[in-house]
Design a protein around this ligand. Structure first.
Ligand code: OOG
Ligand code: MG
Length: 262
């Protein structure tokens, strides 16, 4: 760690205010070029601590930058991990107020729900599949607090991986008998397909993103508890949305989920 506790608290407040007041900020590594990975995750944890203190609850976890399209789009090369809290959750078909966000984008994701705890190191897709209760489709809405959605890995980790809203829906599919690599993914905006992919785009197999999260947490003595909902990462590039846009995600065998921006 290169930052002291006071700087971590100040940066967490700075980034959380940007989220809550929906305004952009300059990426934090500009003023703190020496910050390291531990500092970045410590700022992310301090933002969560502030929310829990106000009575919010963690309702899920996420992996991000797990597909090559996303890594290429953002100009980075390793997965990142974050948390999801209660007010991020939007019901299937529900509305999202664009004015509460800065420059939101939507991404198609395969969502896992666990029935047993997963603990790294050494977690692999076999362990993930054995511990998975079901998978379902999810639209993640990301909204980097950084100007023009431009960041480096440390800045985006500190900003809780651009997390802001998510919508779950479709079918609860058990993974037995399902090939999680070959699911076709179509995301439509106002009736037009705007992102098309297959689930293997996520690290070759989306369960690998969950294993990577378990290994990341394992290195800190933490685990993925049983009953955790986890977004495994955007299958395609994220797509910008405006007020009035309707977004529908269809994933082969998993069904459909939708949301509308007002
Ligand atoms: C970081 C968050 C990435 C995903 O699914 O890849 C993410 C960003 O691109 O702003 O959630
Ligand atoms: Mg995502």
């Amino acid at each position: 760690m290169n930052l002291n506790q006071k700087s971590i608290e100040q940066l967490a407040e700075h980034l959380e205010n940007a989220e809550l007041q929906a305004h952009e900020v300059i990426k934090i590594t500009e003023a703190h070029p020496d910050m390291d990975w531990e500092d970045a995750y410590a700022i992310q944890a301090e933002i969560l601590r502030r929310k829990l203190e106000r009575g919010h609850k963690v309702v899920g976890l996420k992996a991000g930058l797990t597909s090559h399209s996303k890594m290429k789009q953002m100009g980075v090369s390793t997965p990142i991990f974050g948390w999801l809290v209660d007010y991020f959750s939007v019901p299937d078909g529900g509305e999202i107020k664009h004015s509460e966000l800065i420059h939101p984008k939507v991404e198609p994701e395969i969502v896992f729900v666990t029935k047993r705890a997963l603990k790294g190191p050494g977690c692999h897709i076999g362990a993930v599949l054995a511990a998975t209760d079901f998978v379902m489709p999810g639209i993640e809405i990301i909204d980097s607090r950084y100007k023009d959605f431009k960041f480096d890995l440390k800045s985006v980790i500190a900003d809780n991986c651009s997390s802001t809203r998510f919508v779950l829906g479709g079918q609860m599919m058990p993974v037995a008998g399902l090939d999680l690599r070959t699911l076709g993914v179509v995301m439509e905006k106002n009736g037009e397909p705007v992102a098309i992919g297959a689930s293997a785009a996520v690290l070759g197999h989306p369960a690998a993103a969950i294993a990577a999260l378990a290994n990341h947490l394992g290195a800190r003595g933490e685990e993925i508890p049983a009953g955790t909902m986890i977004l495994s990462g955007g299958v395609t590039e994220a797509v910008a949305v405006k007020p009035g846009d309707n977004v529908v995600l269809r994933i082969q065998l998993l069904g459909t989920v939708s949301t509308r921006f007002i």
